[in-house]
Write a protein that binds this ligand. Structure first.
Ligand code: C5P
Length: 226
């Protein structure tokens, strides 16, 4: 079997993490959550007292980051040094500040370099990887066998995030989620154009699809059925 890389990009709330994990599991591939790497760096900077507005210091932290990220779709653990940060990097304080490290171009160069190494390693071991983030289809893995952009209406994305964060999407939780999601979109869009697909990238609009339908669509694409 020839190695396969599936690159998946999309904005927050497009469902890319859960979908990518399910596709990896189904195809027996590894799974790489590149957002977790940016989050881990933000966590480490805060832990070490690195000022996030000091670009040189943040770039140095990226170069030194003692990161281990598991590529098992059933147990995607993230460690910084000896600390398991899998849950800590999902906290609001990280989500609210991660764009500050992700917009640093030296940081991006360093993390992209690490991402490409992990992708290559996976191709040689598990036979490939589903790698997801914001710039996988365009910059990190433009040669991937399959490249997919997951989009969703703002309404659908907010509803998904509100449900993830609070267990329900009602007026109160939607309002509480709205600023966080929209501000991060705005900050992220200064470094990557993840809202529009480039040539050769398949766009899947997930707004009206169930989770299972999106997974099925990607599996069909991966298996060359469509
Ligand atoms: O996907 P997730 O929400 O965990 O990503 C966290 C942050 O990491 C994003 O808001 C973005 O700033 C950054 N990111 C990025 N490039 C990627 C993946 C994530 O800039 N490939």
């Amino acid at each position: 079997q020839t190695p396969m890389t599936i690159a998946v990009d999309g904005p927050s709330g497009s469902g890319k993490s859960s979908v990518s994990r399910a596709v990896a599991r189904e195809l027996g591939l590894g799974y790489l959550d590149t957002g977790a790497m940016y989050r881990a760096l933000a966590w480490w900077c805060l832990d070490q007292g690195v000022d996030l507005s000091d670009e040189a210091a943040v770039a140095q932290a990226a170069a030194d980051l003692p990161l281990t990220i598991s590529t098992d779709p059933d147990a995607p653990h993230v460690r910084v040094g000896d600390v398991d940060v899998t849950d800590a990097i999902r906290e609001d304080r990280i989500t609210g500040q991660v764009s500050a490290v992700a917009t640093n171009l030296d940081v991006r160069a360093e993390l992209r370099r690490r991402q490409r190494l992990i992708i290559e390693e996976q191709r040689g071991t598990t036979g490939g990887v589903v790698a997801e983030g914001r710039d996988l289809t365009t910059v990190v893995a433009p040669d991937a066998e399959l490249r997919v952009l997951l989009t969703a209406s703002e309404e659908a994305r907010l509803a998904r995030r509100a449900t993830e964060r609070h267990g329900a999407a009602d007026a109160v939780t939607l309002a509480a989620t709205r600023d966080l999601v929209l501000r991060r979109d705005r900050e992220d869009s200064t470094v990557s154009t993840f809202l529009e697909a480039t040539d050769g990238v398949v766009t899947v609009d997930t707004s009206a699809l169930t989770f299972e339908e999106v997974v099925a669509a990607l599996l069909a694409l991966a298996r060359g059925e469509v």
